[in-house]
Design a protein around this ligand. Structure first.
Ligand code: UDP
Ligand code: MG
Length: 313
């Protein structure tokens, strides 16, 4: 490797005033211990995602004392996906890593990831082996989500994938060239391809502060992921329609033949109501599903910017 390669750390931060100093300390430690000798120059890109606590002032203080610290501060909360995009855009490194501020993405893995890049990989991805310390319900639905999306989509997303990645410049440029509004990074990372090496590690609990993801937010995020990477649900709904038509046709034949043989006393009112409600429910579900896709098209066609910057350095 030529000397003086820049390694950028892109860190989306939303209300992380407690975590950022710890993150900075830990990455500094790893850097002086084992990255500096490789001839790497570190650059930080903190993205303040419209935090309502002291995140921005903490970052600014760091930037005053350390010229390698850069930041982008949003005008409001735009979500982690927008944060990642803005950070990647602002990063100037030949190597770029995306990391959470809460040390759940261990900086200690960086030296080994850099080594793998230099072996010839384009991108080093990480996944956690277990979900230790996570509520069981959350783990169950997370697993279900990965099973579902991998069955339905040709873009494979490995269970436990983190957004923690180290990439070469060309991978970053590929990711930035995808300007879609409905962003699902785990999908985009997989979709751009490239020679990727996977590193596994034990789950680490966040160092300070609280998770920004409620169960409901995660659920909506997973629905977004499915909508963004597969249209199989639409096909399933069509198949369901055909099957119901077939069943209805068979039932109709049965009713006609029975009426011809036994006459037609008025009966079966409750069962008919049940069937109507059942079918009504299915129709609403399907309409809703189509609506979800349409709403994504709607948002995409507006071509709104992914984020708005209030301040930067
Ligand atoms: N984050 C963000 N914007 C948001 C929510 C989260 O930039 O709207 C950042 C957050 O500061 C952290 C990372 O994304 O650095 C992961 O968030 P968190 O640790 O809350 O998620 P979890 O690890 O619990 O999945
Ligand atoms: Mg976290």
């Amino acid at each position: 490797m030529e000397p003086e390669n820049i390694l950028s750390l892109v860190v989306p931060c939303y209300n992380e005033e407690e975590s950022i100093p710890l993150f900075y300390q830990e990455t500094q430690r790893i850097y002086t211990e084992s990255l500096e000798t490789l001839g790497l120059v570190l650059e930080y890109v903190f993205v303040d995602d419209g935090s309502s606590d002291g995140t921005l002032s903490v970052v600014k203080r760091l930037a005053e004392t350390d010229e390698r610290v850069h930041y982008v501060s949003f005008s409001r909360n735009f979500g982690k996906e927008a944060g990642i995009y803005a950070g990647l855009e602002a990063a100037s490194g030949d190597y770029v890593a995306v990391m959470d501020a809460d040390l759940q993405d261990p900086p200690a893995l960086l030296p080994q990831m850099v080594a793998a890049l230099e072996e010839g990989y384009d991108c080093i991805a990480t996944r956690r082996k277990n979900r230790k310390g996570e509520p069981p319900v959350r783990s169950f639905f997370a697993r279900l989500f990965y099973r579902l999306i991998n069955k339905m989509s040709s873009t494979q997303i490995i269970d436990g994938t983190r957004d923690f990645r180290l990439m070469k410049r060309m991978v970053v440029d590929a990711i930035l060239s995808d300007k879609e509004y409905n962003r699902f990074s785990k999908g985009i990372f997989s979709w751009v391809g490239f020679r990727t090496k996977w590193i596994e590690y034990e789950n680490v609990e966040r160092c300070a502060g609280k998770t920004k993801w409620s169960f409901w937010k995660l659920f909506l995020y997973s629905v977004d992921g499915i909508l963004a990477y597969t249209t199989v649900p639409l096909a399933l709904v069509s198949v369901m329609g055909i099957i119901l038509c077939l069943i209805a046709f068979i039932a109709l034949c049965f009713v006609i033949i029975r009426a011809l043989i036994f006459g037609d006393p008025v009966a079966g009112w409750p069962s008919m109501i049940s069937i109507i409600i059942f079918l009504g429910g299915i129709q609403l579900f399907c309409l809703g599903l189509i609506g979800l896709y349409i709403s994504k098209i709607y948002l995409e066609t507006k071509k709104r910017p992914l984020y708005i910057v209030r301040e930067r350095k």
